[in-house]
Design a protein around this ligand. Structure first.
Ligand code: 13P
Length: 133
């Protein structure tokens, strides 16, 4: 499965802890991330992560392009709803495209935990059968 990992600055420690806690599950998948999130995950774990641009510099749009072609299977995006983001339109567009393509997306840690356990159980195996680019 192709998994996107994204976290706003106030949620990056949480994302790093998530990646450490679930490293054994995540290592079985193809991981992508926005620039800084990906760097932080790779510094803290032995996971290999394909890094796009930093979010405010276009990383959300790059991952959005993957989502638009239905090439992401799971998106974990730990958003900070209490801090204004300069690239808010990019964030909204990314989440909208998940809904367009029915891609499972978690925007907080509580849902992220549920999604990763669903992934481990094989509940997301149906993603293999959707049309990809
Ligand atoms: O801003 C982000 C998502 O909207 C995250 O980008 P970084 O991982 O580069 O900080």
């Amino acid at each position: 499965m192709n998994i996107a990992l994204i976290a706003h600055d106030n949620k990056k420690d949480m994302m790093v802890n998530f990646a450490i806690a679930y490293e054994n599950i995540l290592k079985e998948h193809n991981l992508s991330a926005t620039g800084t999130t990906g760097r932080r995950i790779m510094e803290a774990t032995s996971l290999q992560v394909k890094r796009f641009q930093s979010g405010p510099l276009g990383g959300d749009q790059q991952i959005g392009a993957e989502i638009a072609t239905n090439s992401m299977d799971v998106v974990i995006f730990l958003r900070d709803p209490l801090t204004p983001q300069p690239h808010e339109p990019d964030i909204q567009a990314l989440i909208r495209l998940c809904d367009v393509n029915m891609i499972p997306v978690a925007t907080n840690i509580a849902t992220a935990e549920i999604l990763i356990r669903a992934l481990e159980r094989g509940d997301l195996a149906w993603r293999k059968y959707v049309n990809k680019k």
